[in-house]
Ligand binder design. Structure first.
Ligand code: PXG
Length: 454
């Protein structure tokens, strides 16, 4: 396969590979981009393009590419113990060490960890644990889980049903006992309310939903502190704190999905710290290993864990690779790097505020309805008319035009509806942020020009 050309790779890919979240006919007509290698903050393709990765892979390569410490941790662990299961009264040293580390890093009260391989599996685990918990508590009718429109919790049938992506539900992923409320999406719903009033209003949507279903049928509420795949939706200050109080009042478990927001991205180890939350359970994945190998985790709070341990009997759930020693070794090395490089503090005190400051002027661009950021998560909403604002109709096309201009100019960003989304590696320096913003600005100008001639 050494002498294959890019065209050969494309053709072979088109023959056999069904990629995730892909329109196959469209991709086969257009041809895929073959990524060959990556270093630091750049990915390289087989056409020789070098692209600044403003998405950290898919919100996950938080320490950047080519970190030899992670490679060495994997190599050493593979040499010593590449695999052993944790099913039959066995465990392994890296997973024991990682569990202690995660318990120490996450908010108080989350003292037990269940491992899986993806965010989807972790959320499936949560769904089972939550329902099992209420059954053990003698309230099996407490089954419904409330989540939010545009929430993303994964792609297995259960996690996609829990998520709020309608297109996914339409493709055989609408299990029962899930329901959704509107997200605290200020750009669409805030109107003339100030931030505090909007926080209270958005939180009241949860209380309304609990009243509608009846608290004795509601098992849990789950939320991403900042909705990532849904478009970097940043809640008004205090919203989740109010939501947590509503959960407590109605005896509904409060769950946070920190798959994207965890491990420093928001300038705190976890967004829950910055927002002063004490969740009953927490989903972790992506940045846990910086994407070098798959791994996810469910942090289980004391209330749920105590019940499972005391009364649960055998928990009939787990995966071949639950608690994989190589993934655990990589996760530990990754946490070491985040600590050694001071990435959490750097985002909180330097690069996070810097990103906000250089994004702000883009709000003046004729295409831009709003810019927002939180730590190293950023979004630029494109609009047809700033007054209103008036969205494009149909939604989604202009975002793709802008994203494609950005990629052509050497910047990997993502479009969600008509928002340009950024979630760069946590190792981004100010000059990487400058280059990212310069390339996004150029893409905005090019998109604006395209629209004049359309
Ligand atoms: N929770 C959250 C908050 C996520 O962002 C998952 C769970 C599921 O994780 P796995 O590892 O099963 O993919 C995610 C994943 C996108 C995109 O287009 C985002 C994700 C996955 C795929 C695409 O932005 N997030």
């Amino acid at each position: 396969m050494q002498d294959m050309t890019t065209q050969d790779w494309r053709e072979l890919d088109a023959l056999h590979h069904l990629a995730p979240f892909t329109d196959y006919r469209e991709l086969r007509a257009a041809g895929t981009r073959v990524i060959t290698h990556a270093q630091g903050h750049y990915i390289h393709d087989s056409d020789g393009n070098k692209i600044l990765d403003a998405m950290a892979g898919l919100w996950c390569v938080n320490v950047g590419y080519g970190r030899h410490e992670l490679v060495e941790a994997a190599t050493a662990q593979m040499t010593k113990l590449p695999y052993y299961n944790n099913f039959f009264k066995t465990s392994n040293q890296p997973i024991i060490a990682l569990s202690k580390r995660l318990v120490d890093l996450t908010p108080d009260g989350l003292n037990n960890v269940f491992y899986a391989n993806s965010g989807s599996e972790a959320n499936d685990t949560i769904i089972r644990m939550v329902r099992h918990f209420w059954a053990l508590a003698g309230k099996p009718e407490k089954k419904t889980i409330i989540a939010r429109t545009y929430g993303y919790h994964g792609s297995t049938i259960m996690s996609a049903s829990m998520g709020g992506m309608k297109a996914m539900h339409a493709q055989a992923a609408q299990a029962t006992d899930f329901t959704h409320i509107n997200p605290p999406y200020g750009f669409l719903y805030q109107g003339n309310l100030d931030e505090a009033a909007f926080a209270t209003q958005a939180a009241s949507w949860l209380e309304d939903k609990i009243a509608e279903i009846g608290a004795d049928h509601v098992a849990a509420f789950i939320a991403e502190p900042i909705q990532g795949a849904g478009g970097v939706i940043i809640p008004p200050a205090g919203y989740l704190k109010q939501v947590e109080a509503i959960c407590r009042k109605h005896d509904v478990l409060f769950i946070v999905d920190e798959v994207i927001t965890g491990f420093g991205r928001t300038g705190h180890w976890f967004a829950s710290h910055g927002m002063d939350l004490s969740p009953d359970m927490m989903t972790l994945a992506k940045g846990l290993t910086s994407g070098y190998v798959p791994m996810s985790a469910v942090m289980v709070g004391d209330r749920v864990a105590a019940r499972l341990i005391a009364d649960g009997g055998e928990f009939y759930h787990g995966f071949t690779y639950s608690g994989h020693p190589v993934a655990a070794a990589v996760a530990l090395a990754n946490l070491d790097l985040i600590e050694r490089d001071g990435l959490v503090e750097k985002i909180r005190n330097d690069t996070g505020p810097y990103l906000a400051s250089v994004l702000a002027p883009l709000a003046a661009h004729p295409l831009v309805g709003e810019v927002r950021s939180f730590g190293l998560l950023g979004a630029i909403e494109l609009v047809k008319d700033k007054a209103g604002p008036v969205l494009f109709d149909p939604v989604g096309q202009v975002g793709v035009i802008c994203r494609d201009h950005a990629i052509k100019s050497g910047l990997m960003v993502r479009a969600v509806r008509d928002a340009m989304i950024m979630s760069p590696p946590l190792t981004f320096e100010r000059d990487d942020i400058d280059l990212m913003i310069a390339r996004v600005s150029t893409a905005l100008d090019q998109t604006f020009e395209d629209l004049q001639t359309r």
